[in-house]
Design a protein around this ligand. Structure first.
Ligand SMILES: CC(=O)N[C@H]1[C@@H](OP(=O)(O)OP(=O)(O)OC[C@H]2O[C@@H](n3ccc(=O)[nH]c3=O)[C@H](O)[C@@H]2O)O[C@H](CO)[C@@H](O)[C@@H]1O[C@H](C)C(=O)N[C@@H](C)C(=O)N[C@H](CCC(=O)O)C(=O)O
Ligand SMILES: Nc1ncnc2c1ncn2[C@@H]1O[C@H](COP(=O)(O)OP(=O)(O)OP(=O)(O)O)[C@@H](O)[C@H]1O
Length: 514
């Protein structure tokens, strides 16, 4: 149900709350008459305001949100919450104004109060880490459904309320959207929710007002060095999730040094998980079978408990992701045997859009469309493909413009080391010169493997077709980056482009797909 109107993400029957009560609860200064005013929702963007909303005007990089109060009023806002700098602009819109020092920092608790999140009976799972968040959230969702639980999720790809799905923009919604979404989920009896929590969400208060039942950690590797000054700062942003104000208990993957450090620096009960038998942990996951279509694994835990199952996705890292989801469920109260029974002989039933998604048919090269856009994601996925492919690997990829530029050389190098043929193309150049982005990737690739066969083709459609022409039966093509996305962002414009649809078309043109 892509493109569902935003009302689907809001409670259909909100119970109004008094603005007076809100101002009193949070100690906000009041300007104007608030007697008898009731709010039914909150919005951080004037563009998403609905009738009865409190419009929250926050200062941003480009503008002060309070400057859009008139538009918010026209869309039905009944009051504005802003800071002192925004108060006059908000008052000019002829709405009552609540004033606080940091409205963004207040938003989570305010939205939780309006939507009564504390009374929501669902179990809340949070997943953080550089790679694997979306995957773990979908795996939680899939396993919960196999357990017969009505589940919901929010991820980079989609928000899901039971069977209803809506395409996402941000990985973690703004708090105003998140609490409304949880209220909507409550209306349709969702009993467990997986929430992907980015570092940016923690830094920007997007998950304030929720105490998660279980928080999971996948890994921490090079990314987002545009948003954070160092890996240390990036780590500290993630660490915030593992404190009592935010989560009751944690499951931490301790394969990395960052994970092991996090165990010591969390202030909540922690259960640990490792893929390496030599690493001390409460739970261990061992891969027992690797195939393009699925990965079999065994999970062993305290007291001799164990579970042998499979995940319908490529890669040992997907076994680690699935194991994390299972241990998080155990920590939330499910019995391992109950999970084993629900999974049955068929294993985990989950579909993750655009994560090592195999879009080829029975004939021709195996084609994976992946969302990997970090050095470690490239490394892990190439390794997994190498282990399940007898032929050559052709890798197609580009890099984000206006995002962490420091990872480009590594991305190029890892591709050149792990693939037999490299095709460098445009991803989302945004406002950068696409040729300069490609040049950085080419330089990284050739510095690592000077004689690697390399093609530079700007247009992604042409790049994929070139890769297809270079591959034969038994080979694999990894097209990393676009995943589930349906656009390419060039100079501020989102041009429709689905790598999955276009690659399927190209496979048909080549006669490999019916
Ligand atoms: C850098 C950053 O975090 N930007 C966020 C920020 O935008 P901004 O500061 O540029 O806002 P602005 O344009 O100055 O506008 C100020 C305020 O006026 C409001 N406004 C503006 C115009 C208008 O017509 N009406 C209106 O109400 C805006 O909603 C905003 O609240 O506030 C906006 C409104 O909430 C966010 O949408 C926006 O996220 C942008 C889209 C973004 O790219 N964020 C990235 C950093 C992010 O969060 N990424 C992580 C990725 C994680 C991962 O890859 O793992 C994520 O969780 O998605
Ligand atoms: N556990 C993992 N370890 C390393 N790489 C992984 C892992 N899980 C997935 N990946 C790789 O990272 C890519 C992104 O996976 P996923 O979307 O699940 O991560 P994410 O943390 O949600 O990323 P984003 O926040 O950018 O959406 C996958 O397409 C795959 O290439």
């Amino acid at each position: 149900m892509t493109g569902t109107p935003p009302t689907a993400l809001r409670p259909q029957h909100p119970s109004p709350r008094s603005l007076h009560g809100l101002a009193e609860t949070f100690g906000f200064d009041v300007r104007g008459d608030i007697d008898g005013v009731e709010v039914t929702g909150a919005a951080i963007s004037s563009r998403t305001v609905q009738g009865g909303d409190l419009y929250v005007g926050v200062p941003g990089r480009n503008a002060h949100g309070a400057d859009f109060s008139a538009e918010a009023a026209a869309n039905g806002a009944v009051a504005v919450l802003t800071d002192a700098a925004g108060a006059d602009a908000a008052a000019a819109a002829d709405l009552p104004v609540l004033v606080t020092a940091d409205p963004r920092a207040a938003l989570g608790e305010v939205a939780a109060w309006i939507h009564r999140t504390a009374e929501n009976p669902a179990t809340f799972f949070a997943v953080t880490g550089t790679n694997g968040k979306t995957s773990v959230v979908y795996l939680l969702y899939g396993i919960l459904r196999q357990l017969g639980v009505v589940a919901g999720l929010t991820s980079t790809a989609e928000r899901r309320i039971g069977d209803e799905a809506v395409t996402s923009s941000l990985t973690t919604p703004e708090a105003s959207e998140l609490h409304a979404l949880l209220a909507r989920m409550r209306e349709v009896d969702v009993r467990a929710v997986g929430i992907e929590v980015s570092a940016q969400a923690l830094t920007r208060h997007r998950v304030d007002g929720i105490v998660f039942d279980v928080a999971g950690f996948t890994n921490l590797t090079h990314d987002h060095m545009d948003d954070y000054e160092s890996m240390e700062q990036y780590y500290e942003a993630k660490r915030e999730l593992f404190q009592p104000e935010r989560a009751r208990r944690a499951v931490i993957t301790v394969d990395s040094e960052w994970g092991r450090r996090l165990v010591g620096e969390s202030r909540i009960p922690v259960t640990t998980l490792a893929t390496d038998a030599a690493v001390e942990a409460d739970w261990h996951v061992t891969v027992t079978e690797e195939a393009p279509t699925h990965t079999g694994f065994e999970l062993t835990g305290p007291g001799g408990r164990s579970l042998a199952t499979s995940v319908p996705l490529l890669g040992h890292f997907m076994a680690a992701n699935a194991a994390l989801a299972i241990v998080m469920l155990v920590e939330s109260g499910y019995d391992l045997d109950q999970i084993a029974h629900a999974l049955g002989d068929g294993g985990i039933d989950a579909y993750i859009p655009g994560r090592a998604e195999r879009i080829s048919g029975d004939r021709g090269p195996v084609v994976y469309i992946d969302y990997g856009h970090t050095p470690d994601a490239f490394l892990q996925t190439l390794d997994a493909i190498r282990r399940t492919t007898n032929g050559r690997i052709v890798m197609v990829f580009g890099a984000d413009g206006d995002r962490d530029t420091t990872k480009r050389a590594d991305m190029g190098a890892i591709a050149a080391r792990g693939a037999d043929v490299v095709v460098i193309t445009d991803f989302h150049p945004r406002w950068e010169d696409p040729a300069a982005i490609r040049a950085a990737l080419v330089a990284g690739a050739l510095a690592a493997v000077p004689d690697r066969e390399l093609h530079e083709i700007a247009d992604p459609r042409a790049a994929f077709r070139a890769a297809l022409a270079l591959a034969a039966e038994g080979d694999a093509i990894l097209y990393a980056g676009p995943g589930h996305e349906d656009y390419q962002e060039v100079a501020g414009v989102k041009i429709p482009y689905s790598a999955r649809d276009d690659a399927r078309l190209a496979l048909r043109e080549a006669g490999w797909l019916a």
